[in-house]
Write a protein that binds this ligand. Structure first.
Ligand SMILES: [Cu+2]
Length: 123
């Protein structure tokens, strides 16, 4: 096998290993009809992981903030996750990327003052 082929094979294996090691995390939005995110905090995330938000009940948003944990002010830096409070047709996903902050705070625009907020924390 030529040196170039070996390099290509190594690159393919590394890429493949990265894809395989990406994990899927689930956060329930309005779990059991309550104004909560479950779990409230998701930890151990790494680049490539995907968080899927599953709406168990309606009238909630998943709106990023720039923190702190109980902030109810939308982020200027983190892309929108789901700002509409209408229950989406499918699950909403958020992928952890290279430029994702080490902690992503988010809240529900309807129930934030009642404590409906959560966070995603990178390992
Ligand atoms: Cu809500």
């Amino acid at each position: 096998m030529s040196r170039l082929n070996l390099k290509l094979l190594t690159l393919l294996l590394v890429t493949f290993a990265t894809i395989i090691s990406a994990d899927l995390f689930t956060v329930h939005v309005g779990a059991n009809g309550n104004n909560v995110f479950d779990p409230q905090t998701t930890t151990g995330l790494k680049i490539g992981d995907v968080v899927q938000f599953v709406w168990d009940s309606g009238f909630h948003s998943v709106t990023p903030s720039d923190g702190p944990d109980d902030s109810c002010t939308p982020s200027k830096n983190i892309p929108e996750i789901q700002s509409s409070t209408k229950k989406p047709a499918g699950n909403v996903t958020f992928e952890i990327k290279e430029d994702t902050p080490s902690t992503v705070f988010y809240f529900c625009t309807v129930h934030c003052s009642g404590g409906m907020h959560g966070s995603l924390e990178l390992a």
